[in-house]
Design a protein around this ligand. Structure first.
Ligand code: PRT
Ligand code: ZN
Length: 300
């Protein structure tokens, strides 16, 4: 059955840092989509899955209110919404189900170079400019600090220069924006990356099956990224040493080689990066004809 209610809706950022990665990831899970004319919805052609393309700030709300079943969003945004709901006395209607290992950044407090800072108590009575009001408030509550939070929706990093605040709290990835504004990071509130969130509402049997399938495929795609398939030849006597050297592999397949006496072929999926050093060590242990291949798909 493929009625509108039985289709999975996934909220994805419309245009921004997470968009390309999110769409690519879903494509790698086998989803083919056509975009609607208004570009707000992408209809799944080969699965009962539609994508809602929205501002990232709206994603936690859409999943929390059960308008979307899943969402791909920065943990920083999901956490800010969770804290906001908590401060309003409401329980969050979504849970984090996956870390996606892209969109890495951290939410940090920074101040102008030269401002004394030896710990959170130095924030007492000061002004902190941020877009992350609820997360900062939660941090201050936990530390038992009273400080004024100045809400700014953008260009937070220029607040100290304008005399609007002594501290800022914003996302940092390379640190070059802080540096360009003569600011230094003094406190990290949250380490963030893109995550999948899922509604807490129970889903119909059919929808749950599809959600499970999507999450399993996502898991496969993420595992594959780091995985390599290694093939090599080795004397049977060197097998123990070679198995020890294969990075992150579980049970290598050992195949006898026709007419090669005690020589065998070893095939293994390695779940970690395979470096030249590893290959050189395998060779030194007696391996030959080494081949490293990318893994296209994996289903545990
Ligand atoms: O329009 P919409 O509301 O959807 O997009 P947006 O402008 O709010 O978000 P966008 O696309 O800028 O970022 C989306 C998500 O990417 C964020 O919520 C984070 O989870 C993640 N992300 C990862 C980042 C950064 N890295 C990042 N560096 N988001 C923003 N920045 C900004 C930061 O705010 C600061 O201005 O980049 C600057 C700092 O970068 P560095 O490299 O100079 O330190
Ligand atoms: Zn946003």
């Amino acid at each position: 059955m493929d009625t509108q209610e039985q289709r999975i809706k996934i909220a994805v950022q419309k245009t921004g840092r997470l968009t390309e990665h999110s769409l690519h990831l879903l494509e790698r899970c086998g989803l083919k989509v056509t975009r609607s004319k208004d570009q707000l919805i992408c209809y799944g052609e080969n699965m009962p899955v539609d994508l809602l393309l929205v501002r990232d700030d709206d994603i936690p709300g859409l999943v929390s209110d059960d308008i979307c079943d899943l969402g791909i969003v920065g943990l920083n945004v999901a956490e800010e919404k969770r804290q906001k709901l908590k401060q309003d006395g409401t329980q969050t209607g979504y849970k984090k189900v996956f870390d996606l290992d892209f969109g890495h950044c951290r939410l940090s407090i920074a101040t102008e170079e030269g401002t004394p800072y030896s710990g959170a108590t130095d924030l007492q009575g000061k002004r902190i400019a941020t877009s992350y009001v609820a997360t900062v408030q939660n941090f201050l509550n936990e530390e038992g600090i009273e400080a004024e939070i100045i809400y700014l929706s953008g260009a937070v990093e220029i607040a100290p220069k304008l005399g609007k605040a002594e501290f800022i709290c914003d996302l940092v990835s390379t640190g070059s924006t802080l540096k360009a504004n003569n600011l230094i990071e003094v406190e990290t509130l949250l380490k963030s990356e893109a995550v999948v969130i899922q509604t807490r509402e129970p889903l119909s049997h059919i929808k749950q099956e599809w959600v499970d399938k999507i999450l399993q495929r996502l898991d496969g795609v993420l595992q594959v990224r780091e995985s390599k398939y290694i093939m090599l030849h080795a004397p049977r006597a060197a097998l123990d040493r070679i198995s020890e050297l294969l990075p992150g592999s579980e049970y290598p397949t050992v195949i006898p080689l026709d007419g090669q006496g005690d020589k065998v072929a070893v095939h293994a999926v390695c779940r970690e990066n395979v470096f030249w050093e590893t290959l050189e060590n395998l060779k030194a242990a007696g391996a030959s004809s080494l081949l490293v291949l990318p893994v296209e798909k994996m289903l545990a």
